[in-house]
Design a protein around this ligand. Structure first.
Ligand code: SF4
Ligand code: SF4
Length: 333
C-alpha cells in the first residue's frame, strides 16, 4: 500500500527535510527533472508562491539533478494563453530564472499518446525528461470538483488541442425520449448553456465547457457525455502524461484551499483552513488523501456540495486506469 506523508504543522521547514529523504531515493545526478507547476493566472491570490517551490529546486540541485520549472499555455484567452504571455505572468509572480535558480519553460509542443478516448498531446518537455515532480495546489474546480495532482498533469501536462478535446468530448447530448422536462439541468448549469423550451432542454455548446454537472444531476439519465465524462477524460490525459515518465514524485499543497482554481483571477472564498503539505509517489493515493483530509475538516464532501461533483469521480477513474491506488497509509511527518 502506498505511503502518503502529511506535514501538518510547521510544514514549511519540514518540507526540505522530507524532500531530502524522498527525492534522493528517486532522482540521480544529471537527471533533467521537470517540476510541473501552475504559476497562477494574473490577479489570482492563491497560486503556489516561489517560497513553497524553492525547497524542491534546492533539493534537486543538491542531488546534482537539473530542475526545470514547467507549464503549458492555457486554452482560454488570458495572461497565460501563449508562452510569451505566460512567461511574463510567471515573472510577475516571482518565477524567473534569475530569482528561482533554474530555467522556467512554457511550451505547447507535444507528442501524441493514444488512450481510449483521446489522442493526447503530451508535452514534449515532460516526455523528454528523466523525471517529474508534480507540485500541485489543491483547491476546488468547477469541472472535476477538486483539483490536485491528476488535474495538474491531465490538463496542465498536455497541449491546447488535448485541453479542447477534454472540454468538448465531455459535452452533454440529449435523449429526448428519456427527458421528463424537470429543468434540473437548466438550474444547475453554471454557464447558462441550457434553456428549457417546450419542456425540452436546448443546449448551447458555445457556452458549454463540458463540466458535466447537468449530466450527473439528470435523474432520468436523459443526458450523456458525447464521449466520456470530463473527469474520466482528465484522468485518461494524466495517464497519458505519466506513461512517458519513469521517475516521479508528487507534492500536494493543501494551503489556501479556494472554491475555484488558480486559472481564475477571482477563485472565490477559502473553503477550509490550511491543512498541510502531502508528499508521495502515487498520484491516486496522494489525491485521495488530499480529498479525504479536506472532507474530514469540512465534515462533508465540500467539493460535491459546491460543484455538484465529487473529486472522487476522477480519482476513482485514475485508479481504474491503473495509475495508482485508492488505499494508502498516512504517515504524519
Ligand atoms: S435534467 Fe434531465 S430530465 Fe430534467 S430536463 Fe434536463 S435532461 Fe430532461
Ligand atoms: S456540461 Fe456544464 S456547462 Fe455544459 S451544459 Fe452541462 S452544466 Fe452547462
Amino acid at each position: 500500500m502506498p505511503t502518503v506523508t502529511l506535514l501538518k504543522e510547521n510544514f514549511k521547514p519540514k518540507l526540505s527535510k522530507y524532500l531530502d529523504i524522498e527525492l534522493k531515493k528517486i532522482f540521480s545526478p544529471d537527471d533533467r527533472v521537470v517540476i510541473k507547476l501552475h504559476m497562477g493566472e494574473k490577479g489570482n491570490p492563491y497560486y503556489l508562491k516561489p517560497d513553497l517551490i524553492q525547497p524542491i529546486i534546492t533539493t534537486l540541485k543538491l542531488i546534482g539533478a537539473e530542475p526545470v520549472l514547467f507549464d503549458t499555455p492555457t486554452l482560454y484567452r488570458g495572461e497565460r494563453a501563449t508562452p510569451e504571455k505566460y512567461l511574463q505572468t510567471a515573472a510577475w509572480h516571482g518565477y524567473e530564472e534569475t530569482l528561482v535558480g533554474c530555467p522556467v519553460v512554457i511550451s505547447d509542443d507535444s507528442i501524441q499518446v493514444k488512450t481510449k478516448h483521446l489522442d493526447a498531446g503530451v508535452s514534449n518537455v515532460i516526455a523528454e525528461c528523466d523525471g517529474l515532480v508534480a507540485a500541485s495546489h489543491v483547491k476546488g474546480h468547477a469541472c472535476c470538483g477538486f483539483g490536485g495532482a491528476i488535474k495538474n498533469l491531465g490538463m496542465g501536462g498536455v497541449d491546447k488541442k488535448t485541453k479542447e478535446k477534454i472540454h468538448t468530448y465531455s459535452r452533454p447530448k440529449l435523449n429526448p425520449e428519456k427527458c421528463i422536462g424537470c429543468g434540473q439541468c437548466e438550474s444547475i448549469c453554471p454557464n447558462g448553456a441550457v434553456k428549457l423550451e417546450n419542456g425540452l432542454p436546448i443546449l448551447d455548446y458555445s457556452k458549454c465547457w463540458g463540466c458535466g454537472q447537468c449530466i450527473v444531476k439528470c435523474e432520468s439519465q436523459a443526458l450523456k457525455p458525447k464521449h466520456a465524462l470530463f473527469d474520466e477524460l482528465l484522468s485518461e490525459s494524466a495517464y497519458a502524461v505519466l506513461s512517458r515518465v519513469k521517475k516521479k514524485f508528487f507534492v500536494n499543497y493543501l494551503i489556501n484551499i479556494s472554491e475555484l482554481c488558480d486559472c481564475l483571477s477571482d477563485p472565490g472564498k477559502i473553503l477550509v483552513g490550511d491543512t498541510g503539505i502531502l508528499l508521495g509517489d502515487d498520484i491516486v493515493s496522494i489525491d485521495k488523501a488530499s480529498n479525504d483530509l479536506i472532507t474530514e475538516k469540512a465534515g462533508y464532501d465540500i467539493f460535491e456540495k459546491i460543484h455538484s461533483k465529487s473529486g472522487l469521480v476522477h480519482i476513482n477513474a485514475g485508479a481504474k486506469l491503473g495509475m495508482g491506488e485508492m488505499d494508502y497509509e498516512l504517515n504524519i511527518g
